[in-house]
Design a protein around this ligand. Structure first.
Ligand SMILES: CC(C)(COP(=O)(O)OP(=O)(O)OC[C@H]1O[C@@H](n2cnc3c(N)ncnc32)[C@H](O)[C@@H]1OP(=O)(O)O)[C@@H](O)C(=O)NCCC(=O)NCCS
Length: 323
């Protein structure tokens, strides 16, 4: 079960109006109407994926009453790690002093945190870990193409963290679902710059090492996969949308969130939305929203909360948590 959460974003909030200053042909109206986004946070001055994750982790540990040395396992969800080697999880381990932990990165893109919740739950159920730190953190500003208006307006930086421990008194994850489909990989990806085609001056010049996306196709599959993830976790738990007190969906686009809520017959007042303030923070999205919901009192003991996400890969997943 989740016993503490935290979140961190960079200091600089970039409003839609600021894209004009960097030569992007877009408008506040276009971005708000198509996505619901008003601003996003962008890292500067030494703020990194790992530093944001460390700030979020310290909050989560304090709220769970857990010391760094109590952590057995760190599952670090990200697709924009500080370095490709070593894993950001071990860099985080050093920064927070989790000297007794093992750590690894998990890359399911925007679904990473929800995958991470299932992974943590599995380790705890198998008694291989007692206290797990699950992170979703990104510095997407370092991997997006700032010349591509199709993508650069959508994303932001930020991190969320959760401490997970053994379920008690019927609390904890009551159902979960994970899927992926690699046939859809080229809809949202970084075409080059990995070990198959290492970076060259040509790759750098054309920007093919940066995020590229087929927006409309991604939208279509996003709605379909979010719906499936929602249905499968509900069915597995023997619940309907009526039984869910709060839905926390991946914050990519307000229209996708609304379509998911409609499919689940959930009124929007039972759906957590913060895409307007953060944009799409990929792996950071669900845990940032979860922490905002916890700290603002939207999650109370006894509530059933559903996490649902989709991302590049494609990947999609859900989890229902009894608080
Ligand atoms: C990206 C997205 C907002 C675009 O909205 P859309 O309604 O599908 O718009 P289209 O892609 O059809 O583009 C319509 C027009 O707007 C233009 N456009 C694209 N980005 C623009 C921007 N930032 N500002 C102004 N115009 C823009 C396009 O060039 C296109 O112009 P054209 O018709 O002259 O070619 C939408 O497809 C989307 O949200 N997709 C899912 C993205 C996502 O969730 N990704 C993350 C997955 S984890």
């Amino acid at each position: 079960m989740i016993t503490g959460t935290g979140r961190a974003v960079p200091a600089y909030a970039m409003p839609n109006a600021d894209f004009a200053a960097i030569g992007i042909d877009t408008s506040d109206e276009w971005i708000r109407e198509r996505t619901g986004i008003r601003q996003r946070y962008i890292a500067r001055d030494g703020e990194t994926c790992v530093s944001l994750a460390a700030d979020a982790s310290r909050q989560a540990m304090a709220r769970a009453g857990v010391a760094p040395e109590d952590i057995d396992l760190i599952v670090f969800g990200t697709c924009s790690p500080d370095k490709l080697l070593p894993a950001s999880g071990v860099e985080l381990q050093a920064q927070i002093g989790a000297v007794n932990a093992s750590a690894f990165d998990l890359n399911a893109a925007c679904t990473s945190f929800v995958y991470g919740v299932s992974v943590a739950e599995g380790f705890i159920a198998a008694e291989s870990a007692r206290t797990v730190l699950v992170i979703g953190a990104e510095k997407l500003s370092g991997i997006i193409n700032w010349k591509d208006r199709n993508t650069c307006v959508l994303f932001g930086d930020g991190a969320g963290a959760a401490i997970m421990q053994r379920a008690q008194g019927g609390k904890g994850v009551v159902s979960r679902f994970m899927r992926s489909d690699g046939h859809l990989a080229s809809l949202l990806y970084r075409p080059k710059g990995g070990s198959a085609e290492p970076v060259t001056p040509e790759i750098l010049a054309e920007g093919s090492h940066l995020v590229a996306m087929a927006g409309r196709e991604t939208f279509k599959h996003a709605v379909r996969s979010m719906n499936e993830a929602l249905d499968r976790a509900l069915a597995d738990a023997g619940l309907t949308g009526d039984d869910i007190d709060l839905l926390i969906p991946h914050q990519a686009n307000l229209r996708i969130i609304e379509a998911t809520a409609k499919h689940g017959h959930m009124p929007m007042d039972k759906v957590f939305v913060n895409v307007d303030r953060y944009g799409n923070t990929s792996a950071g999205s669900v845990p940032i929203a979860l922490d905002e919901a916890m700290q603002s009192g939207r999650i109370q003991p006894g509530m059933k909360v559903m996490l649902v996400a989709f991302g590049a890969g494609f990947t999609w997943a859900s989890a229902i948590h009894q608080f």
